[in-house]
Design a protein around this ligand. Structure first.
Ligand SMILES: *Cc1c(COP(=O)(O)O)cnc(C)c1O
Length: 434
C-alpha cells in the first residue's frame, strides 16, 4: 500500500492533533516498532479490520479480555439485553451479585469481592486494603511486573536493597514511592534478604504470577513458594495480580496452576480485570472475609466508584464467564495456543532463528532468544531491531501481534487451526529474512 492510499495515515494525523501521541494508551502508538498504528473499524471472531479494510488475525484480543474472540453471539445478546434495561443506576443490582457468585465459585481463595472499572483501580485499591488491614506501609513489587499506573506502583529498583525505588514516571514525587521496594523477579536470595531487612514493616508482596507485561515470564515454583512462606512468616499479605492471567491461563486462574505444584497455595488478595469484563470496563479485587471486611462501608479502608459494577459491563463479564466455564473450553484453548507456540518454534528452528516460547491456557509469549528469560534484565537482551522486523513482517502479512516486545500474546476460542497455520506460514517467511 502506498502512503497516499493508506487511510490510517490521515487518521493518525487527526488523532495526533487532538490526543497526546494520537492514542489513549501509550503502547497503541507503535512508538517502539515504528510506523503508523492501524485504526480498527470493526472486529469479528479472531479478526479485526483497519481503516483500509485490511483484515488481521488478532493476537492481542484487546490485551487479553477477548477470550471468546470478538462478537460472540451469547455475549452480544447479553449486552444488548442489558443495554435496553439501563446503562447505569448508581444503585445495587442482582447482576453484580451473580457476577460475584460466579467469580467466587471459580476462585476459592476469595470469599468476598469488590467490583471496580479498571485493573489500575483494582491494583491501587488492593494495595490500600493490604496497608489498611496490616497497619503497615511498605510493600514489595518486582521489576518487569505491571500493576496499573497508580503512583506508588510506577517504580523501578533503587541502587540497593536498603534504598527504595525510583519513580518511572514524571509527576510521581519521591515521597510517594518511598515505601515501594522493587526486587528482581525469580530471585529467591534477594527476596529473603529484603524480608530480613524489612519483613515486619511489609504490608504485602504484589506479584504477577505469570508475568505478561515483560512478554511472558513465569514465577518459578520455588520462588512463588518462598513468596508465600515469607509473607505468612512475617504477617505480610500475598497479593496476586491476576488482571491478565485471571480466567485466561486456566478456569481457576494462575493460582490454580501454582496450587498444583505447591499444596495448599493461595494468595491473600487477588486482583482481576480483563477477561472478567469480556471487553467492557470491569475489574475486581477480593480475598478472605476477614481482609475484605476492612473495606468501607464495613471498615475503615475507603474505596468507591460511580460506575463500579456497571450493569452492562457485568452482563458482558457474566456471559463471558459462563462460556469459558463450559466443559472442555480450556483444554481446547490450551491445545490451540500450544499449537501456535510449537508451530512458531518449529518455523524458527527451520530457518535457524534463535527462539524460545512458552504458553499457559490462552496466553503465550515468545522471544528471539535461545532460552526463556527468568527476569526483566534477561528480557531486555532481546534485539529490538530484529523484533521490529518480525512485527512489521507479520503485520504486512495480516497477523497482528503486540507492537512491543514486552507484551504477551493471546489466542481466543475463535482462532481456528487454519488461522494458526496461516500465522505460522507468515512467520516462517519473516524468519527467513531475519
Ligand atoms: C492490564 C493490567 C493491569 C492494568 O489494568 P487496566 O485495566 O489497564 O488499568 C494491571 N495489572 C496487570 C497484570 C495487567 O496486565
Amino acid at each position: 500500500m502506498t502512503p497516499s492510499t493508506d487511510l490510517n495515515i490521515p487518521l493518525f494525523e487527526r488523532a495526533k492533533a487532538l490526543i497526546p501521541g494520537g492514542v489513549n494508551s501509550p503502547v497503541r502508538a507503535f512508538k517502539a516498532v515504528g510506523g503508523t498504528p492501524r485504526f480498527i473499524k470493526r472486529a469479528q471472531g479472531a479478526y479485526f479490520w483497519d481503516a483500509n479494510d485490511q483484515r488481521f488475525i488478532d493476537y492481542i484480543g484487546s490485551w487479553g479480555p477477548m477470550i471468546l474472540g470478538h462478537g460472540h453471539p451469547a455475549v452480544l445478546e447479553a449486552v444488548q439485553k442489558a443495554a435496553l434495561e439501563g446503562f447505569s443506576f448508581g444503585a445495587p443490582t442482582e447482576r453484580e451479585v451473580e457476577l460475584a457468585e460466579e467469580i467466587l465459585g471459580l476462585v476459592p481463595s476469595m470469599e468476598m469481592i469488590r467490583l471496580v472499572s479498571s485493573g489500575t483501580e483494582a491494583g491501587m485499591s488492593a494495595i490500600r486494603l493490604a496497608r489498611g488491614a496490616t497497619g503497615r506501609s511498605k510493600f514489595i513489587k518486582f521489576e518487569g511486573c505491571y500493576h496499573g499506573h497508580a503512583d506508588s506502583l510506577l517504580v523501578k529498583a533503587g541502587s540497593g536493597l536498603a534504598t527504595f525505588g525510583n519513580a518511572t514516571s514524571a509527576g510521581v514525587p519521591p515521597e510517594v514511592v518511598q515505601h515501594t521496594i522493587v526486587l528482581e523477579y525469580n530471585n529467591v536470595a534477594q527476596l529473603e534478604e529484603a524480608f530480613a531487612l524489612h519483613g515486619k514493616e511489609l504490608a504485602c508482596v504484589m506479584i504477577e504470577p505469570i508475568a505478561g507485561n515483560m512478554n511472558l515470564v513465569r514465577a518459578s515454583v520455588p520462588f512463588m513458594k518462598r513468596c508465600r512462606e515469607l509473607c505468612a512468616e512475617y504477617g505480610a499479605l500475598l497479593v496476586l495480580d491476576e488482571v491478565m492471567t485471571g480466567f485466561r491461563v486456566a478456569l481457576g486462574s494462575a493460582q490454580s496452576v501454582y496450587a498444583k505444584a505447591i499444596p495448599g497455595f493461595k494468595p491473600d488478595i487477588t486482583v482481576l480485570g480483563k477477561v472478567i469484563g469480556g471487553g467492557m470496563p470491569l475489574a475486581a479485587f477480593g480475598g478472605p472475609r476477614a481482609i475484605m471486611e476492612h473495606l468501607a462501608p464495613l471498615g475503615a479502608v475507603y474505596q468507591a466508584g460511580t460506575l463500579s459494577g456497571n450493569p452492562v459491563a457485568t452482563a458482558c463479564g457474566l456471559a463471558t464467564l459462563r462460556e469459558i466455564k463450559k466443559p472442555g473450553f480450556f483444554d481446547a484453548l490450551s491445545a490451540r495456543t500450544r499449537s501456535l507456540v510449537d508451530g512458531l518454534s518449529a518455523a524458527a528452528a527451520a530457518e535457524g532463528v534463535p527462539f524460545s516460547a512458552d504458553c499457559e491456557g490462552g496466553m503465550f509469549g515468545f522471544f528471539l532468544l535461545p532460552e526463556l528469560p527468568q527476569n526483566y534484565a534477561q528480557v531486555l537482551k532481546t534485539d529490538n531491531a530484529r523484533f521490529n522486523t518480525l512485527f512489521h513482517g507479520l503485520l504486512d502479512r495480516g497477523v497482528y501481534i503486540a507492537p512491543a516486545l514486552y507484551e504477551a500474546g493471546f489466542v481466543s476460542s475463535a482462532h481456528t487451526a487454519d488461522d494458526i497455520d496461516a500465522t505460522v506460514a507468515a512467520a516462517r517467511e519473516v524468519f527467513k529474512a531475519l
